[in-house]
Design a protein. Structure first.
Length: 721
């Protein structure tokens, strides 16, 4: 037995033993076998039953094995490999790979304990066996047993033990492909050589989709060759600088755009071998000679993949047409049709490239996806990415649910129904901003803004109502009510109807005509007749509290209806709401009617009139509660930005500047005019009004600084608000 100490610093050897990719460390041992003319190299690994690896073996059938005398030299030093002086392998004359004498040290990246058991042919034509042992903890030292005669077949078995590698890291197809990439040129050149990994053959042809090579002129070097191999599945894109025999010397990123392609480019030249010997290849960006090779290869690759991209697009589109999933039939008839298809093709190809497992999708789902994509491009191009991603990534069962729904209804109806719910949730969030936001509620106008927005969203008061009248004199409201009862046959009733429709106005005690904000109506089917229920909503701007004056005003409305003889025998009931942000304590006390629900100010049986006071918080909470089930199922949450966007999209002309112009609108120059319809005073609030609220002596009732306020009488006739 001999002990060989490597004459080199230990830290240098330790650097060789770490930081190696798993497939790269295995490749070092495989190359050693191939350089010894092995025809069959097998890599195996054994699980320890605990998720790790107990042992890794690399077995070869090299006919001469690893001669004992050669081992004594090789394991006793770093570098100086016998391959440096040899031109080819010893028996078959193949090209040699490793010539640096460092592969055995890189093998320690796999484990802490390695044994080389070799059977070799002696000079006398007999066979002998010996074992070389190395430990990572003593990376400078190898133990070589004395050779003993044997009748076993020639070859070497490398066993790696004491490994910390996980079983899953070995037991994956990516390792097989990485080895195929690494040995592609060699195995194509020497087809009789067989490499297996975990009982699976390393066969580059099984992974190669396409291969091309071209001569590449770099300066005065006419011997350079560039080979491109496109892989069928994911691969680490690389530009491999090789010697003249195709053995990789340095691997670089290709640094070119080639979306949708997995490839390895091999650049071969004898001059690269010389540059590598001078340690210049690693400095590809700094060394002019090396950079010239890299830039020439990149330029060739750019042209190649531009051509391949066009070919691949046409191949994919032709396949879709053959599968009958392409959403266009025949040839385009006009230039506009052709342009539309070109846009579709570009988007569809990107979808196919970037959506996971798109090509594995069944044809029915793929056809539906393309139909949806075409419709989205025509109707809403900006929504294409979101729509396609969400639909194509649906789980299979959800796709089936969607297909079943489409048999019962249309896609348009499904989208419309979902959008209605989403819009309502955004509207409620926006309404909160409109009536509760500190800046918005200071400037929102009752009739010009708040009233107009609510008039288009009366569903917040209940789905059973629809808008019957909006901002009309009360006598017109009553006339509309009479007309809703249907045709009458008696001449007297016709006369009465005419009176109610065009007779004198309904007036309150003080002689003023009543103006209502909103009147909503619902019809209650009865066996012989119909009953109608009206909801009349009196809106107040957010800063205006519901006080005794407001409730008195609403009561006058109600009494005007009660006194009108035209409704004495009509089957109808009236509900009046006074609606704002807050209720004064006086009104709150008045609205507690013993056994009646809190909020009722007045309730009579004949005529049937009920008067309520309501706050926006109550109305919004009730509307949210009705929508909660749908919100939960939609998994939709309205936020400030989506609410602001919805309000600006639908109601921009009714919004105060602070909401219409975005989050920073409150800081814009100029003044914001607002009409206080409750007080009959028009005000002008200057910038900085909000900050002035900290000084109560400088504020008027609506919070605007007194010194920035001017007032004038309304020019319109007085009316109750």
């Amino acid at each position: 037995m001999k002990i060989l100490d490597v004459k080199v610093e230990k830290d240098h050897l330790e650097k060789l033993a770490v930081g190696r990719k798993l497939s790269a460390a295995l490749s070092e041992l495989i190359w050693n076998a191939l350089d010894a003319d092995a025809r069959d190299v097998r890599v195996d690994y054994i699980s320890n039953g605990l998720g790790g690896i107990s042992e890794i073996t690399v077995v070869d059938d090299a006919p001469l094995g690893m001669p004992y005398e050669r081992a004594l030299v090789a394991f006793g030093k770093l570098g100086g490999s016998w391959k440096k002086s040899a031109l080819t392998t010893p028996t078959e004359g193949r090209a040699l790979h490793g010539k640096e004498g460092i592969g055995r040290f890189r093998a320690f990246a796999l484990g802490d304990h390695i044994e080389w058991r070799s059977v070799y042919a002696t000079a006398e034509g007999k066979r002998a066996a010996y074992v070389v042992t190395g430990k990572r903890s003593q990376v400078q030292r190898f133990t070589v047993d004395d050779p003993k005669p044997t009748t076993a077949s020639a070859g070497t078995v490398v066993t790696v033990a004491n490994t910390s590698l996980k079983y899953d890291s070995f037991h994956r197809d990516e390792i097989l492909q990485e080895l195929s990439e690494h040995f592609a040129l060699y195995l194509k050149r020497y087809a009789h050589v067989r490499i297996t990994y975990g009982a699976k053959r390393v066969d580059p042809n099984a992974f190669i989709e396409r291969e091309e090579d071209w001569p590449l002129a770099v300066g005065d070097d006419d011997d350079a060759t560039l080979t491109v191999i496109e892989w069928k599945s994911n691969a680490s894109r690389a530009l491999v600088l090789c010697d003249q025999d195709g053995f990789g010397l340095v691997e670089l990123p290709p640094l070119i755009q080639a979306p949708g392609f997995n490839f390895t480019a091999y650049l071969r030249s004898p001059r690269l071998t010389a540059l590598h010997a001078d340690r210049r290849l690693e400095l590809s960006e700094l060394d002019p000679a090396v950079k010239a090779y890299v830039e020439a290869a990149k330029e060739k690759l750019r042209g190649y993949f531009k051509k391949r991209a066009l070919e691949k697009k046409q191949d994919e589109i032709s396949a879709w047409k053959a599968q009958d999933v392409y959403p266009f039939a025949g040839e385009p008839k006009t230039p506009l049709d052709a342009a539309e298809r070109q846009v579709f093709d570009i988007v569809a190809l990107n979808v196919a490239r970037h959506v996971p497992d798109f090509e594995k999708t069944d044809l029915k789902s793929k056809k539906f996806a393309f139909r949806l994509l075409r419709q989205a491009l025509e109707d809403s191009p900006e929504a294409v990415q979101t729509i396609m991603t969400d639909v194509l990534e649906l789980p299979k069962e959800k796709q089936e649910d969607l297909a079943a729904l489409l048999k019962k209804t249309t896609l348009t109806a499904i989208i419309t129904a979902s959008k209605v719910i989403a819009d309502r949730l955004d509207f409620l969030r926006g309404l909160e901003m409109l009536v509760f936001d500190k800046l918005a509620k200071r400037t929102v106008l009752e009739r010009k803004e708040l009233h107009r927005v609510i008039a288009q969203n009366t569903w917040i008061f209940g789905e059973e109502f629809h808008l019957a009248a909006d901002d009309q004199p009360l006598e017109e409201v009553l006339a509309k009510h009479r007309l809703l009862l249907g045709p009458v046959s008696d001449e007297k009733e016709h006369a009465d109807e005419k009176d109610s429709a065009g007779g004198g106005p309904v007036v309150m005690d003080d002689g003023r005509r009543g103006i209502v904000d909103l009147m909503l109506s619902k019809r209650i089917p009865l066996p012989k007749n119909e009953e109608r229920e009206h909801l009349v909503v009196e809106l107040k701007r957010p800063l205006k509290k519901i006080d005794i004056d407001v409730t008195t005003q609403v009561e006058k409305y109600a009494m005007a209806v009660a006194r009108d003889e035209r409704f004495a025998n009509v089957r109808t009931s009236w509900t009046f709401w006074a609606l704002s942000n807050e209720v004064t304590e006086d009104v709150r006390i008045k609205a507690r009617q013993g056994q009646r629900p809190d909020g009722i100010l007045l309730q009579t049986d004949s005529p049937r009139i009920t008067i309520w006071v309501r706050t926006w918080a109550q109305v919004i909470d009730a509307a949210k509660a009705r929508l909660e089930f749908f919100r939960s199922e939609l998994e939709y949450t309205a936020d400030r930005e989506s609410a602001r966007e919805h309000l600006n999209k639908v109601y921009a002309k009714y919004l105060p500047d602070v909401l219409r112009d975005g989050p920073d609108a409150s800081t814009t120059d100029g003044v914001v005019e607002s009409v206080d319809t409750d007080s009959g005073v028009e005000s002008v609030d200057a910038p900085g009004a909000a900050s002035a609220a900290s000084d109560p002596t400088q504020l008027t009732l609506d919070g605007a600084p007194a010194k920035k306020r001017r007032a004038r009488k309304k020019s319109t006739s007085a009316s109750s608000e």
